[in-house]
Design a protein. Structure first.
Length: 175
């Protein structure tokens, strides 16, 4: 029998593995969407160092979750207040969600997203918003299957001089 999946809050000790999942996720999911030299230059140790330095900041408003099975971290999600420029609104925002690329399609992303949505709903946020690369059809379909829809907002985003626009998705949490 498989060990149960545990969704829990991230600890400082999880930073290295979360950074590995995040960087490998970028390199896998954004291949062909972002310049390859940029993706190749991403560094797990540098990302982990930044993650450790920022760990615990945000006054508890930012929530980092990990998906763990049999002691191995397999995914990570992060949510907090929606940022409208510098202004935080009553809405929530899914800042990131990444799953070990070898585990795509295994339900880990679903479990992480459901827990983030549950926590944001319980906290009384009326909506959850997120941004996704316009060309990332796999992620867009994932969010659409989970009740999110593009609301027409598009943000410019550039990586090494290449335009990689993001689209905004929203899900009503008040129902």
């Amino acid at each position: 029998m498989d060990d149960p999946l545990l969704i829990r809050e991230m600890t400082l000790a999880d930073c290295d593995r979360v950074s590995e999942i995040r960087i490998r996720g970028w390199q896998s999911a954004y291949r062909g969407l972002m310049p390859q030299p940029f993706l190749d230059a991403l560094s797990v140790p540098e990302d982990a160092e930044r993650r450790r330095a920022r760990f615990g900041q945000g006054g508890g408003s930012v929530v980092d979750l990990v998906a763990e099975r049999a002691g191995e971290i397999l995914g990570w999600a992060c949510h907090g207040p929606y940022r409208e420029g510098e202004v935080r609104t009553r809405d929530a925002e899914l800042y990131a969600i990444y799953v070990d690329a070898r585990r795509y399609g295994s339900g880990l992303g679903h479990a992480l997203l459901q827990e983030s949505v549950r926590r944001c709903t319980s906290a009384g946020h009326p909506r959850m918003l997120l941004r996704v690369l316009k060309g990332n059809t796999r992620a867009r379909h994932f969010y659409e299957r989970h009740g999110f829809s593009a609301d027409g907002a598009e943000d410019p985003y550039e990586v090494d001089g290449v335009a990689v626009p993001e689209v905004r998705y929203v899900r009503d949490l008040s129902r």
